[in-house]
Design a protein around this ligand. Structure first.
Ligand SMILES: C=C(O[C@H]1C=CC=C(C(=O)O)[C@@H]1O)C(=O)O
Length: 409
């Protein structure tokens, strides 16, 4: 556990309304920026008032909740705005696998936010004057294989398909990684700016070096209401509008993709039902069209029956079958055995929580872990008994293009 130098606990927090700050990313200093932005709204943050590495293990979300309730509970808060995301906020990224190291919570020192035409600034301790330097290009990018080469990964998919056909499980999700090395240190703000411009419908996020633009909202918690967007089932974008429509129609008609989607929806229903007095899940999915792929999507809404925080809901939901599989434990065993890598924060929950327990968390998809001039890019696909390894590889490549674009422009 750590508290930033020069800051004492309890944290002294002040939130005030401010004029429209314009492009939120343009306000970020280069060092360790935090972000959660969609359609130009959300939160950007910098500086660290408090930071903790969450110990791995099955109790990690409880541990995180206890740490947060100490930090937030003892803080002295002067909040003129009193809305989700005002007052002290923690950004967090949890590893996909509970046994992996690297889950982290950070309470930034400065948070700038905008929603529904209002903007506010939260500062902890003395107000900082941070220099906003121009964005820097990382130069040429060289890519390399991650844990598995493309043919090795196809082989892993084929093995997963055999497991599924043998009846041991119904669905798993296999991911692969790519490495990237730039000529210069990667300026995360440049990646965020590019991602938000090209993928405005996604949540562009940055937390402790994990950067991405995810279309999948795990949960938004506002008072007693929650929302989620379940995604599973994917087809590439077409080359024309007619081609897009034809591919979308084929995705709807595909028994494989529909069942893959049903597994993800049912895992969410199972996780949320015990927490909710009302839960609305559409009978049929809709189509979500992104610049690189189209997904089957089910928007879910619910009313919480007891005072659960957004982190409690995250704990109940993770991992959904969109990133794990069905049944969960059998799918996780296959992932651990066949992927040959530690997913780290990829496919884990990423987002923010405030002192009321409100917040927004996504599943960290279409993302990369950035460190200096190096990046590790991730993407995965739902694998069913009739999956074709070559098509799954093509789908993973299409998903990897999100971060390749962010790096190269
Ligand atoms: C696991 C990923 O996507 C999930 C979310 C949407 C669609 C998916 C699919 O169709 O396979 C995956 O379940 C990823 O992007 O790395």
């Amino acid at each position: 556990m750590s508290v930033a130098l020069g800051l004492t606990r309890p944290l002294v927090v002040r939130t005030t309304l401010v004029g429209d700050p314009g492009d939120l990313f343009a306000q970020l200093p280069e060092t360790a920026p935090y972000a959660w932005i969609r359609h130009g709204e959300g939160l950007v943050a910098w500086g660290e008032a408090a930071r903790v590495t969450v110990p791995p293990g099955p109790g990690r979300f409880d541990w995180a909740r206890d740490w947060l309730s100490t930090i937030f509970g003892e803080a002295s808060v002067d909040d003129d705005v009193r809305t989700p995301g005002s007052g002290p906020v923690a950004f967090g990224s949890f590893t996909f696998d509970p046994e992996s190291r690297g889950s982290v919570l950070v309470v930034p020192q400065t948070i700038l936010a905008r929603r529904d035409g209002r903007a506010w600034l939260t500062t902890i301790g003395e107000e900082r004057l941070d220099l906003v330097t121009p964005l820097r290009d990382p130069g040429r990018i060289r890519y390399g294989d991650g844990s598995l080469t493309a043919p090795e990964w196809e082989h892993a998919v084929a093995r997963a398909v055999r497991r599924i056909r043998s009846g041991r499980l119904e669905k798993t999700v296999l991911a692969r990684d790519l490495t990237a090395t730039a000529e210069r240190t990667i300026d995360v703000r440049l990646l965020l700016t590019r991602l938000a411009r090209r993928y405005p419908d996604c949540y562009t996020f940055s937390c402790a070096g994990l950067i991405g633009a995810t279309p999948e909202l795990l949960v938004r918690h506002t008072g007693e209401m929650i929302e989620s967007l379940v995604l599973a089932g994917t087809t590439p974008r077409g080359t024309s509008r007619a081609d897009d429509m034809a591919r979308g129609a084929a995705l709807f008609a595909s028994a494989k993709d529909r069942y893959e989607h049903t597994c993800a929806v049912e895992s969410v229903r199972e996780a949320l039902s015990p927490l909710c007095s009302e839960l609305k899940i559409p009978e049929e999915p809709e189509l979500l069209m992104l610049p690189n792929v189209q997904h089957l999507a089910s928007p879910v809404t619910g009313r919480l029956s007891a005072g659960a925080s957004v982190l409690d809901v995250v704990a109940a939901m993770h991992p959904t079958a969109a990133v794990g599989g069905t049944p969960t434990e059998a799918a996780l065993d296959v992932i651990r055995e066949l992927e040959g890598m530690d997913r780290a924060g990829y496919a884990g929950p990423v987002g923010w929580i405030d002192a009321r327990g409100d917040g927004e968390w996504g599943i960290a998809l279409r993302c990369a872990q950035i460190e200096g001039p190096r990046a590790r890019l991730f993407a995965g696909c739902g694998i069913m008994g009739d999956s074709d390894p070559a098509s799954e590889l093509a789908e993973a490549q299409a998903k990897l293009r999100v971060m390749q674009y962010a790096l190269e422009g």
